[in-house]
Design a protein around this ligand. Structure first.
Ligand SMILES: [Zn+2]
Length: 124
């Protein structure tokens, strides 16, 4: 009995593990949503078609603070920031419309263009 319980646990763990991998793969290979909005203070500063953007880095100033945005290989991230928490930097590359890059101290949101509803909720 004890053994079969263990087996069951292993199977359950394997299923959870596989589900996790499948989830990651899904995020990695999801169809590229290339239109990205950069929003500050609730205003859309720019809309970028990442697939058409050249690799570049630019700085978005906000008062005494700023965010350094990097576009590379059709992806976008906050490479560096003057904000205290650096959550935006730690978020890494924008990969899912469910998880926009948010810099609360700088009132900055970077998200795929099809998730504006969520962006509004975050911005306010
Ligand atoms: Zn930040």
């Amino acid at each position: 009995m004890k053994k079969s319980k263990t087996t069951l646990l292993i199977v359950a763990a394997a299923v959870i593990f596989l589900a996790g991998i499948t989830g990651s793969l899904f995020v990695l290979f999801a169809p590229k949503q290339s239109a990205v909005n950069i929003i500050q203070d609730g205003k859309t500063l720019m809309t970028l078609r990442l697939s058409e953007e050249k690799d570049r880095t630019f700085v978005l100033p906000y008062g005494d603070s700023s965010n350094t945005i990097e576009i590379k290989d059709g992806r976008i991230r906050v490479k560096d920031a003057q904000c205290p928490d650096k959550t935006c930097v730690h978020t890494g590359w924008l990969s899912s419309s469910a998880m926009p890059i948010v810099c609360l101290p700088n009132h900055l949101v970077i998200s795929f263009a099809d998730s504006e509803g969520e962006v509004d909720a975050v911005a306010e």
